[in-house]
Design a protein. Structure first.
Length: 334
C-alpha cells in the first residue's frame, strides 16, 4: 500500500473509532480500584449492571496511563459498568491480576499484552470460564494468537515507519531511538518500524524508564559520545521531556521527537522544544476497550469482526495543529 493510501486508511479507521467515543489517575501498582468515572458521556445505559476488569502493565507514576484509565471510566459510567482497574509492570504479576479477575467472575476483561507469552495461559483460562477478553494498547501482533475477541490500539510498526518517513522530510541523518523498557513488544516495534522508514542511521539506546535521573544521564552520555546524532526519538512523553535536559547538558544541536503525549508535552510541541509527537489516543483505547464489553454482551458486536484491529493512531501532533489538541490535553483526556 502506498504511503498516502495507508495514511488515508488509518485516518478513516481512527475517525470511525472516534465516532464511538464520547469523550488516568496514576496506575494502582497492582492494587485494584473500583471506579465509576466522571468524564463526559452521552447518556447512561439502563442495561443490567456489569463488572469489567481493566488490567494493564502500567508503571507507577507514568502519566500516560492516566489517559487510558479516564477513557475506561467514561465508558463505564455511560454503560452502567462497575470498573475494576489494576496494573503491574511485572508480566507475571499482571497475569496474576488477570487470574484474580477470573476468580471474581467478572463479566469481561480488557488487558494489555506487553509481554504476550505471559498472558497466554490466563487468557485461555478466562475463555474456558466463559469470560470475554479484549486487548488494547500492547499486543497488536499477538491478540488473535492469544484468543482475544478484538483489539484497540496502534500498529506500532506502521507508526514507527511513518515516524521515520517524517524524519526523512525534516532532513535528519542519525537517529537515536530510546527504549525505556527492554523486551516490551510495543516499544521494540516502534524502533524496528523507525529503522524501516528512516533512510538515515538508527541507533538504539536502552534506559530504565522508572529512574529519570538515570534516563537523563544515560542519554547525555550517549550524545556526548557520538556527536553525529542529530535526532533523538523517545517513546513516551516523560522520557522526551527528560531528554530535553539531556540535550542541554550534552551541548548538542540534536532535536527531539516522540511517541505519546501529556499536557506538558503538548506545550513543548507548541513552543518548538519538541518537533512533533505521535498520539495513539490512549483515552480512546481505554474507552473503546470497555465499551466493547458492553456491546458484546448486549448486542453480540465484535469490532473488526474478530479479524482486524481497530486502529487509534498514529495521529501526528505538530506545532501547526497542537493548539487544537491543547484544550483536551489540559483537561487530561489527550
Amino acid at each position: 500500500m502506498h504511503r498516502h493510501q495507508r495514511a488515508a486508511t488509518l485516518t478513516a479507521v481512527v475517525l470511525t473509532g472516534a465516532l464511538l467515543a464520547t469523550g488516568c489517575s496514576s496506575s494502582s501498582g497492582g492494587k485494584k480500584a473500583e471506579e465509576g468515572g466522571d468524564a463526559a458521556s452521552a447518556g447512561k445505559a439502563t442495561t443490567p449492571r456489569m463488572t469489567v476488569a481493566v488490567i494493564t502493565h502500567a508503571a507507577p507514576g507514568d502519566t500516560f496511563w492516566d489517559l487510558i484509565r479516564k477513557g475506561a471510566q467514561a465508558a463505564a459510567a455511560k454503560d452502567n459498568i462497575k470498573l475494576v482497574y489494576s496494573s503491574d509492570p511485572n508480566a507475571g504479576n499482571q497475569a496474576n491480576l488477570v487470574q484474580n479477575a477470573i476468580d471474581q467472575k467478572v463479566d469481561g476483561i480488557a488487558l494489555t499484552a506487553a509481554k504476550p507469552d505471559a498472558m497466554k495461559d490466563v487468557v485461555a483460562k478466562a475463555r474456558a470460564a466463559g469470560i470475554p477478553v479484549v486487548g488494547f494498547n500492547s499486543g497488536v501482533d499477538d491478540w488473535k494468537r492469544l484468543g482475544m475477541l478484538e483489539y484497540f490500539g496502534q500498529d506500532e510498526n506502521i507508526a514507527g515507519q511513518a515516524f521515520g518517513e517524517r524524519l526523512n522530510e525534516l532532513g535528519a541523518k542519525h537517529a537515536l531511538c530510546v527504549i525505556q523498557e527492554q523486551g516490551q513488544v510495543a516499544l521494540e516495534a516502534r524502533c524496528a518500524g523507525l529503522k524501516k522508514g528512516f533512510s538515515g542511521k538508527t541507533d538504539t539506546l536502552y534506559v530504565n524508564g522508572t529512574d529519570m535521573p538515570s534516563v537523563k544521564s544515560t542519554i547525555t552520555a550517549k550524545l556526548k559520545q557520538d556527536s553525529s546524532i542529530d535526532q533523538v526519538v523517545t517513546l513516551g512523553a516523560p522520557i522526551a521531556l527528560t531528554a530535553v535536559q539531556s540535550l542541554s547538558d550534552a551541548g548538542t544541536k540534536a532535536k527531539i521527537a516522540t511517541f505519546d503525549l501529556n499536557k506538558q508535552l503538548v506545550k513543548a510541541v507548541q513552543d518548538g522544544t519538541i518537533e512533533f509527537a505521535v498520539d495513539q489516543q490512549p483515552y480512546l483505547q481505554g474507552y473503546l476497550a470497555v465499551d466493547a464489553m458492553w456491546l458484546y454482551k448486549n448486542n453480540g458486536n465484535v469490532s473488526g469482526g474478530g479479524t482486524a484491529p481497530v486502529l487509534t493512531g498514529p495521529a501526528f501532533i505538530t506545532k501547526d495543529n497542537a493548539d487544537s489538541v491543547a484544550e483536551f490535553a489540559a483537561k487530561g483526556t489527550r
